[in-house]
Design a protein around this ligand. Structure first.
Ligand code: SAH
Ligand code: DHB
Ligand code: MG
Length: 220
């Protein structure tokens, strides 16, 4: 596993940007506090990225959103809040204990009717869902990134927005042997995004989660 290194000034800048621009609400703070109190790994998206997900839902006019990797529901809250009346988010979580906490956090945010947490291996859940989804956010086990991208195509349509988290992974793209468990699958998924199925880019980020980034794509 790679070590995620956050330089102190990256954390300070992110905190300032979060307070000045992002302006999370009490529901976001609560979700983070709950996650911490229950000993969940601190691997949710940083607030600036959560807000970006919310803006992408709004900009794309997405009504049906699919998330793979729920954790405590932090990113789910950002996207769920951005949905229009009648919109819906389906989010997939492997661990029942994570799903239970996410449901609590989503209920606290008033999103219990707009978000469905599906428990189990995402590949099993995905086979039960019907498209088309307007936006897909992939943030779970990196080994299945490429499978999830293929599902995004299958459950999407031309123009479906795809966001893939952890696309830079401390720069291990260039030296996958630094994290044999994850980096080769991340590289493979980026190669898939660079191929004919997608129109894609990657944005590098530096913040409280270290040096990372996300891929942003549309299905061709
Ligand atoms: N998107 C969340 C963070 C997700 S962390 C946020 O930003 O707030 C990754 C989550 O994916 C963890 O909760 C982990 O349990 C879950 N996960 C791992 N493998 C999975 C799988 N095969 N299917 C579904 N979820 C999985
Ligand atoms: C890890 C996973 C993530 O999805 C993330 O955004 C950061 C870290 C991890 O497994 O270490
Ligand atoms: Mg992630």
């Amino acid at each position: 596993m790679i070590e995620h290194v956050a330089h102190p000034e990256w954390i300070d800048v992110e905190r300032w940007l979060t307070e000045t621009v992002v302006k999370p609400g009490p529901e976001h703070e609560r979700a983070l506090t709950t996650a911490q109190e229950r000993g969940m790994p601190p691997i949710e998206v940083q607030p600036t990225s959560g807000k970006l997900l919310s803006l992408l839902v709004k900009i794309s006019g997405a009504r049906r959103v699919l998330e793979i990797g729920t954790l405590a529901g932090f990113s789910s809250i950002w996207m769920g809040q951005a949905l229009p009346e009648g919109g819906h988010l389906d989010t997939c979580e492997y661990l029942p204990e994570h799903a239970a906490i996410a449901r609590e956090n989503l209920a606290e945010a008033g999103l219990q009717d707009r978000v469905t947490v599906h428990v189990g291996p995402a590949l099993d859940t995905l086979a039960t869902l019907t498209g088309p989804y307007d936006l897909v956010f992939i943030d779970a086990d990196k080994q299945n990134n490429s499978h999830y991208l293929q599902w995004a195509v299958r459950l999407g349509r031309p123009g479906t927005v795809v966001v893939l988290d952890n696309a830079v992974w401390e720069g291990a793209l260039l030296e996958p042997e630094r994290d044999p468990a994850n980096a080769p699958s991340i590289v493979e998924s980026l190669e898939l995004l660079g191929g004919p199925l997608f129109d894609a880019t990657v944005v590098q980020t530096a913040g409280s989660k270290g040096w990372d980034g996300f891929a942003l794509a549309i299905v061709r």
